[in-house]
Design a protein around this ligand. Structure first.
Ligand code: ZN
Length: 246
């Protein structure tokens, strides 16, 4: 079984389609939240996601767009894009986003958007946070998004107070789960709005037969998404940042 692990699609259909082309035939998509927000294609991205076998958890933008989290906590551009998204969503899509759960446990993995202890809002950036979050994971490993930065936190199995180690995965890196002694928290990066200085789409591919997770980057038609955003009057900084991946 092959699974594409996606996070932070952010209504960027061109980026989402590039992932699916690159991944080839997969048995399922595991989505770590923020399907919508920022970008120009909320309904199209939700249609595409729902047309495929998938599991998905809620992100702050998903719930912001349906009034389940307070938009006062968003910066101005994010809030404007979220309000625009809210006006576009079909009734079926609103219901789908409202019903998303905060966490899912699938095999050896727990899926959340932000972090296991605060699934909507925590940005899991530091190794000490990864260590603290292990207590909130009932599975060996965790999958998170929200930061838009691919990351690997590698932790010992014992609760010995040792900090986890943090790595920035290079493109094409394969994590061998069979060789992994400890616990992992992995972030595949963002499909629709990368922020690590690389404008290419980021995602990860889990192969359950050989027990590997590969971190992948793929170019996509950034201009197609930017042109739509400008036509629709979405905030210019949100379009401009896609060129640089910041
Ligand atoms: Zn996001």
């Amino acid at each position: 079984m092959r699974v594409a692990i996606l996070s932070d699609i952010h209504s960027n259909l061109a980026a989402f389609e590039a992932v699916l082309r690159d991944a080839g035939s997969v048995d399922a998509l595991w989505c770590l939240g923020d399907v919508v927000g920022y970008g120009p294609d909320p309904n199209e991205c939700l249609d595409l996601l729902q047309s495929l076998p998938h599991y998905c958890v809620a992100g702050n933008h998903d719930w912001g767009a349906v009034g389940k989290v307070n938009l006062e906590d968003f910066n101005e551009d994010a809030r404007r894009a979220c309000e625009w998204t809210s006006r576009q969503l079909t009734l079926d899509h609103r219901r789908y986003l409202e019903a998303l759960s905060l966490r899912l446990e699938l095999g050896h993995f727990t899926l959340v958007h932000g972090s296991p202890r605060n699934p909507i809002w925590e940005y899991l950036v530091y190794p000490s946070q990864a260590r603290e979050n292990l207590a909130h994971l009932q599975t060996p490993h965790g999958l998170v998004g929200h930061t838009h930065m691919p990351a690997i936190f590698s932790c010992s199995t014992e609760d010995d107070g040792q900090p986890c180690q943090a790595f920035r995965p290079v493109t094409g890196l394969k994590v061998d789960l069979k060789e992994t002694k400890g616990r992992l928290i992995l972030n595949p990066g963002s499909v629709g709005q990368p922020r690590d200085g690389n404008a290419q789409v980021a995602y990860a591919l889990l192969d359950m037969e050989v027990e590997t997770i590969e971190f992948r980057r793929v170019p996509y038609d950034v201009h197609r998404t930017q042109a739509k955003m400008r036509r629709l009057g979405l905030p210019e900084p949100l379009a401009a940042r896609l060129s640089v991946g910041r």
